[in-house]
Design a protein around this ligand. Structure first.
Ligand SMILES: *Cc1c(COP(=O)(O)O)cnc(C)c1O
Length: 424
């Protein structure tokens, strides 16, 4: 449907993404006037004629170039499906991307994208910490395919990372830089523009690509493509889905790159199904409302935690000060602090567990970005398989608690935290 979308302009003025989330890329007259995009719960699509089927396949397999107004025909739901196509069009708006691909999970998006662009002998440079599944893929799966993987701690300058690569004799083999910022659970930041410049410096005949996992702040509060990234990755399970009721992922970027990613998605079969696509279309209609409410509430909750005597340290982007090395990056790169907060209690695991077990409104569960507030213990849950020494180095202590703020009234969240902190 990408080819039939109405333009996102009103009298020459661009329409805001949130205003387009109910209509962009979808034409009711093609679906019996249905105001909402139906769920195209189908595996395959009927060709009107054999000639049409042939023409669709020629395009799908890149056997000839697409004509100026020629639509990408619908063939089979592993290749394309109207729910995913409308969703992909809408997702491009927030990140100002040319193209998007939706996947069955965030991990499907991350693994398919890396498999598209790295080959045996290549080097991947990545920030640390990264999401546990990403960490496993980088450290245990890519090396099996002859890829060298080098990590750098969030806070490392690109010059230091370059020196590290040179010391290892790997600078000329660099193919891909993967950044996760803010880092989970500490909210440490990585300077996207500075690493995009490093990629440019180290590019030879083949360009070194920079991908950013934008799950924590995107797509509302951080747009990596504006800062020089080539690709943006999401676990749409989190804020984009936003209701803790689905698993999905996204990759966005230039059309030329996404065309390659989509070939791999088709062959690996990592696309999302139509029902998930439809749920995500519904989620996108309220994405800005939800993320704005969550961001504002997080500000109130963080203010309460910052002055609480049982809280030893707070990790929240909204409280960075000029003295903090991340402050300048935050000012340049992020437009709001988002809804994720971590904090250390005085004490250790026992104190953290007493608090987790006492909370009544916060649900004790991993994941984030949903309408309900969640709380978890990184050291024994999301980051349990990180090497214990490295875990401490990354600042993930047994006394740390991570919270994801939902859409409840902030006064209720603060009252819940207050009563649970009493029991620590
Ligand atoms: C959850 C998450 C992932 C993995 O996404 P799934 O949808 O669970 O596969 C990747 N990156 C980040 C930052 C995440 O929070």
């Amino acid at each position: 449907m990408a080819d039939r979308k109405p333009e996102g302009y009103l009298e020459g003025r661009p329409i805001h993404p949130e205003s387009l989330m109910m209509s962009y890329g979808y034409q009711p007259e093609l679906s019996e006037g249905s105001i909402k995009c139906p769920i195209f719960q189908t595996s395959t699509f009927v060709f009107r004629t054999a000639e049409e089927g042939k023409a669709f396949f020629e395009l799908a397999y890149g056997l000839r170039r697409r004509g100026p107004n020629e639509p990408m025909g619908l063939i089979y739901s592993r290749l394309n499906n109207p729910d995913l196509e409308v969703l992909e069009d809408r997702l491009t708006l927030w990140d100002e991307a040319e193209a998007a691909a939706v996947f069955a999970s965030g991990m499907a998006a991350i693994s398919t994208t890396l498999l598209t662009f790295v080959r045996p002998g290549d080097v991947v440079l990545h920030s640390e910490p990264v999401y546990g599944g990403t960490d496993f893929f980088l450290k245990h799966i890519l090396p099996e395919f002859g890829v060298r993987v080098v990590g750098f701690r969030a806070g490392t300058s690109p010059e230091e990372a370059e020196t590290l690569l040179q010391r290892l004799g790997l600078a000329d083999k660099l193919a891909f830089i993967l950044i996760e910022t803010p880092a989970n659970p500490t909210n440490a930041l990585v300077d996207i523009a500075a690493y995009a410049q490093l990629a440019q410096r180290l590019s030879g005949e083949r360009r070194v690509l920079v991908a950013v996992d934008n799950t924590f702040l995107g797509p509302l509060w951080q747009q990596p493509l504006r800062h020089g990234a080539d690709l943006v990755l999401y676990s749409a399970t989190k804020y984009i889905g936003g209701h803790s009721d689905l698993i999905a992922g996204v990759c966005l970027g230039r059309r030329e790159l996404l065309d390659h990613v989509k070939v791999f998605r088709t062959i690996l079969g990592t696309m999302a199904g139509p029902h998930t696509g439809w749920l995500l279309l519904r989620s996108l209609e309220t994405l800005k409302l939800r993320m704005t409410a969550q961001m504002k509430s997080a500000g109130h909750v963080a203010k309460f935690l910052a002055s609480h005597p049982k809280v030893a340290q707070l990790y929240y982007l909204g409280h960075l000060t000029e003295a903090d090395p991340d402050y300048a990056i935050y000012q340049r790169q992020c437009s709001a602090a988002g809804g994720m907060i971590a904090f250390d209690l005085h004490g250790g695991e026992a104190e953290a567990f007493r608090m987790l077990n006492a909370l009544r409104i916060f649900h004790l569960a991993v994941s984030l970005g949903g309408t309900e507030s969640l709380v978890e213990h990184p050291a024994t849950m999301t980051h349990a398989d990180v090497d214990p020494e490295e875990r401490i180095e990354m600042g993930i202590s047994p006394a740390m608690v991570r919270i994801s703020i939902g859409v409840e009234h902030p006064e209720d969240l603060i009252a819940d935290l207050a009563q649970a902190l009493e029991k620590v």
